[in-house]
Design a protein around this ligand. Structure first.
Ligand code: HDE
Length: 701
């Protein structure tokens, strides 16, 4: 018996057909004709055509596989090497291509063309990430989001590698590995994955008072975004802009989402993780594919050295922010993400951001955290991508000409010509040379004694934490206090829990009491010694999240739960109203496929009830016939659908059948539950969360 031979007729059409669209080298191969059409021939990496991609070479049909099978060995070897080390932090990310367009010139402040040429569109690649989890972790843990933008400017690549929170945990790069080891899974047990709610994180934090301001931010709803399209981004550190006269102005960068800020509530976040681990990535993908391109404004805060000296904090300390009320934001441009990557690995995984990628006219400040980052990112790319030639990968290569005399190395793709690989040279007048327009560091005067010291101006760890907490609305304060109770309740070591409550006493006495009560502490633990007087700074409403929500449904998604015989007219009316408001609609029913409505017409179902819970939507409508309501009253998924929508403070539109289902679920309608014919009232309610409902559905700290 012989092994089966494939006998596809092979008709050679001609040369060409690169293996991939974006691969300049291509994988060659001839074009062949089969029943399925014209396609490239499958070859080895050396271009040898492959006749059988299903069977390895055997000594006989039941015999051993032969070492001689170079096709099998090449395929398996390549497969074995498919992964590169994931990022040590920010491993899970979602990215897209787009452009940055300057709308206001900063020519008085900088020579960077990207910030002076109004109307110029610069290509960008933007990656938004979580910090603590691995590449395969879920999208929605309570975590800071990385917000990294690579601008492919005419003067070289500029990477603005920021976060969705304007401050950071620590003041000095020396502390970063310890912070990351503390938050990552504990080394002996290998959990928790992607969660700060465990002993080692809070132990480290309790001994690091400088992290208290950041703790307020991560315990706020900022770390539970509804969508990556609805987060802010911050450059965090102060940078310098340098103009043609050589004058320097400090600058902080801010990204502000066009759709406004929006978060989920904690219980919803937890359930989304199970319902759709890729919730944020899918949301971004669907938005871009549907043409609803995510957009942000770029704004700057500009201030001089003298103005900085008058701030009641040190702007070079990354645990501090500059309130917008103190230095207003000036909007200078917009970023639109309008193209999903062709290939996740080649682009999202291999993109290499480095805060040290800078263009003439922008410079660093002396923020000690930034200074440490300038070393770390280049080093990590060498380890992750395995070669100093990572800049040659298409996603990392500048889109402007670039040339120098660096050469060779692991996996270089360049093929330099000529004998001159040095500078200065006289043998090749057309070889790359320096230019007066090139990058120049600002000539900052430095003085003082060297040493391993922390500036005294960095000593105040509580004033801005207090400012942040006191600036929040009442629901936000309650969420923050409850988040602290949740996280600390997962900490097994009592003295760690108590130490954190001790720090909270410096931030706000009532907050400390609420958390102590939530943890069942009999008495308030002592507060640690504060290294500097704690100030009562003015509240900054710009730090709120609820205050920055836009009253809009644009970019959101509404579910309509129906069953056989649901009212066709009501369905059409709600659908039309939602679409008109700029949101998308998904019809959810017990079965996918087509469903017959009250008037005999059919509707296509987008999601099956059991796999499409209401946590995935911003508002819901429930339109059911009497029989439909009765049937769904016996379905846990339907009961959870309405209970969760109500519990997560969403607007709900119901007809008589919907009302019956709510009753079976034990949901007592309030002002956010609206009768189906009134689509206008439903749309209006759906543009926000029903915050007033919250005390009736859960006990917050
Ligand atoms: Fe990072 N950080 N970081 N970081 N960071 C990395 O670089 C590091 C910090 C941020 O989408 C790593 O390519 C040190 C602050 C983002 O690819 C690594 C310190 C901020 C991303 C690294 C910080 C950030 C990273 C891991 C303290 C906000 C993801 C993989 C001195 C301003 C970029 C990599 C992407 C990634 C080091 C602190 C933002 C190890 C040493 C502060 C958005 O190099």
């Amino acid at each position: 018996m012989s092994s089966k031979k494939k006998d596809t007729p092979r008709v050679t059409e001609g040369k060409g057909a690169p293996g991939t669209r974006s691969d300049p080298v291509g994988t060659g191969g001839e074009l062949h004709q089969t029943a399925g059409g014209t396609h490239p021939v499958l070859t080895t990496n050396q271009g040898t055509p492959i006749s059988d991609n299903q069977n390895s070479l055997r000594a006989h049909p039941k015999g051993p596989t032969l070492l001689e099978d170079f096709i099998l060995r090449e395929k398996i070897t390549h497969f074995d090497h498919e992964r590169i080390p994931e990022r040590i932090v920010h491993a899970r990310g979602t990215a897209a291509h787009g452009f940055f367009e300057l709308t206001a010139s900063l020519a008085d402040y900088t020579t960077a063309q990207i910030l002076t040429e109004v109307g110029e569109r610069t290509p960008v690649f933007t990656r938004i990430s979580t910090v603590a989890g691995g590449a395969g972790s879920v999208d929605t843990p309570r975590d800071v989001r990385g917000f990294a933008v690579k601008f492919y400017s005419k003067q070289g690549n500029w990477d603005l590698v920021g976060n969705n929170v304007p401050v950071f945990f620590i003041q000095d790069a020396m502390k970063f590995p310890d912070l990351v080891h503390a938050v990552k899974m504990e080394p002996d047990r290998g959990f928790p994955q992607s969660a700060s709610a465990h002993d080692t994180f809070w132990d480290y934090i309790s001994l690091t008072p400088e992290s208290m301001h950041m703790v307020m931010w991560i315990m706020s709803d900022r770390t539970l975004p509804r969508s990556l399209r609805m987060i802010e981004g911050f450059g965090v550190h102060s940078f310098r802009l340098v103009n043609a006269a050589g004058d320097s102005t400090f600058v902080k960068f801010h990204w502000r989402p066009k759709l406004g800020l929006q978060s989920t509530v904690w219980d919803e976040t937890v359930k989304i993780a199970g319902a759709d681990p890729d919730f944020h990535r899918r949301d971004m993908f669907e938005a871009i594919q549907s043409g609803a391109f995510p957009e942000w404004e770029l704004a700057v805060q500009l201030f001089t050295e003298d103005e900085a000296a008058a701030f009641p904090f040190d702007h070079l300390d990354a645990t501090k922010l500059i309130p917008e009320e103190l230095v207003p934001l000036k909007v200078i441009g917009r970023m639109v993400l309008d193209r999903w990557p062709d290939n996740f690995f080649a682009e999202t995984e291999q993109v290499a951001f480095c805060p040290s990628h800078l263009v003439p006219g922008i410079d660093f400040s002396n923020d000690p955290l930034l200074q440490g980052r300038l070393f770390s990112y280049l080093d990590t790319q060498l380890s992750r991508l395995g070669s100093p030639n990572f800049h040659q990968l298409p996603i990392n290569a500048p889109k402007c000409p670039f040339a120098n005399h660096q050469r060779d190395g692991h996996m270089t793709m360049q093929r330099p010509v000529g004998r001159v690989a040095y500078e200065p040279s006289s043998l090749a007048p057309d070889s790359p040379r320096e230019t007066p327009q090139g990058f120049r560091s600002f000539g900052a005067a430095e003085s003082g004694e060297r040493g391993r010291v922390r500036a005294e101006s960095f000593a105040d760890h509580y004033s801005q934490a207090r400012m942040f907490f006191r600036s929040q609305t009442a629901p936000e304060q309650a969420h923050l206090a409850s988040a602290l109770v949740f996280e600390l309740s997962k900490v097994e070591t009592p003295h760690v829990r108590e130490a954190i409550v001790g720090h909270l006493r410096h931030i706000d006495a009532a907050l400390a009491q609420r958390v102590a009560d939530g943890l069942g502490l009999k008495a308030l633990p002592p507060a640690p010694r504060a290294a500097a007087p704690i100030l009562d700074m003015d509240a900054s409403p710009a730090l709120q999240l609820i205050g920055k929500m836009k009253h809009t449904l644009e970019g959101r998604c509404v579910a309509i739960l129906i069953n056989e015989g649901s009212d066709a007219k009501a369905l059409a009316a709600i659908k039309a109203a939602v679409l008109k408001a700029g949101a998308s609609v998904k019809v959810v029913a017990p079965k996918i496929g087509e469903l017959k409505l009250s008037d005999g017409s059919s509707v296509a179902v987008d999601g099956q009830l059991a796999g499409t819970p209401s946590v995935l939507f911003d508002a819901v409508a429930v339109l059911l016939s009497d029989a439909g309501a009765k049937a769904l009253g016996r379905e846990a998924a339907a009961i959870d659908f309405v209970r969760d929508a109500f519990g997560h403070l969403k607007a709900i539109s119901i007809d008589q059948g919907g009302q019956a289902l709510l009753q079976t679920a034990g949901v007592v309608p309030d002002a956010g539950v609206l009768a189906a014919p009134d689509t206008a009232a439903f749309i209006d309610a759906a543009k926000t969360r029903q915050w007033a409902r919250e005390p009736s559905v859960r006990t917050l700290a």
